[in-house]
Design a protein around this ligand. Sequence first.
Ligand code: SF4
Length: 233
Amino acid sequence: MQTERLRRVPYEASAWSAAAKELVDARRAAPMFPAVRVCPLLGFLDKDRKQVGCLGHPLATGGTDLRDCGVYRSSVCETFTCPSFGWLTDGQARLVQAACADWYLYGLVITDVEYVRGCLRLLEWELGGPARPEQMVEQPAVLAAVRKLFALKETAPRRDPKAGVFGRFTKDTEGEPVPRMLDYMKLGVRASPEDDVVLCLGYTPDNATDLLASRELVRAHVKAVARAMASPR
Ligand code: SF4
């Protein structure tokens, strides 16, 4: 919608501000976390709709900087780096880039540092040593198994879409995102290394059976990556 709408707008700040407001007003649902701004200038940069980026950036408009018409000032957009940029290593970020099949899954995974770190931590426990993401990207079978592991963000079954959670986060009384924890006393089970990943996938288990099933799902996918790493290339 954003790409289509802004494609027809002349590169003038007043016209872009009006279109941006129109797009925000037309949203079918309010963002889950009001503090997290969702910019109406985000869209597809290419005809094939494979690359998502800023439609108001001078490189996208042919020179005019229209980023002031988005949710931040242009100077903020120019200098901002997201937490993943600082918290993931180069190797981890490259593995996400190589393993995620498209921009949507890439967006889900690269923004969830705890998920990426949690998956690789489980893999290292399984391997009994370092995972070395830089080498993993060179091995197609390993990359295919990592893709399935990361794709759990989209494919993991039995999650409750109405649970009001986004990955690990839920809302506090002010609508701010707060990380969720599992209530092990209530569930009657001990903590397990898979639980960080289970929470990042958006599971909200309220009984031990569901929690054990979601742990098993994660474990099976991690083991598949370890098996691919152990197989001769
Ligand atoms: S760079 Fe700024 S203006 Fe462009 S999409 Fe991101 S937040 Fe919006």
